[in-house]
Design a protein around this ligand. Sequence first.
Ligand SMILES: C[S@@+](CC[C@H](N)C(=O)[O-])C[C@H]1O[C@@H](n2cnc3c(N)ncnc32)[C@H](O)[C@@H]1O
Length: 212
Amino acid sequence: MQSHEQYWDQRFGKEGMIWGTEPSPTAYMAKELFLSHGVRTVFVPGAGYGRNTKAFAQTFGVEGAELSEAAVKIAERWDPDSRIICGSALDDPEPGECYDAIYCYDVLHLFLEPDRRKLVAACLKRLRPGGLVYFTCFSDEDPNNGQGERLEPGTYRYKEGKFAHFFSEEDLKAHFSGMEILETGTLKEMLGGPGEGQHEYILRTIAARKKG
Ligand SMILES: C[S@@+](CC[C@H](N)C(=O)[O-])C[C@H]1O[C@@H](n2cnc3c(N)ncnc32)[C@H](O)[C@@H]1O
């Protein structure tokens, strides 16, 4: 089985801008929420090639972490106003790293439970007290839920070489249980590009505020 890094680096290397150039509608929803709370700086874990950071870059100071070097190289050209570094979003922040908000699109479902907890914890360490998070992830209502080998409750190897966790609303809220939950939602998104064709995904979203 390939590591995450190998899997994503190979895909970005071969397919380039896998999901096209348009930001997710959730990036605009997050932007509205962030603006209404006076956010000025945003961190984006698993930023990919900058499809979503570009929606924030003219409004906020945007930084991100992305595991795939191939994706970071594309992001440098596509969204030069954001600063995306090559590294793991599971790692602890550098001393002094502190943001008003975090936007994380379709990364949380890529991990087994211990690493999902690690990702959320690493994000919270980067967030100032009162700061906001906006996360999206696969919903348990997505048709891929329950397909293939079950690796842990709610997590399936639904495709060759790829697994995901499918979140119920309660499960998603539980991942952010130390925070004040502001809103949750679901939406369908059509995603695709030249490589994988168009697919519909059912996503869940959560917005929450760090206490303190
Ligand atoms: C489904 S893609 C979403 C990409 C991006 N968020 C977007 O909206 O276009 C998941 C991304 O997470 C990245 N990733 C996976 N594990 C990571 C990790 N530990 N740290 C940082 N990025 C990671 C992958 O390389 C990939 O770019």
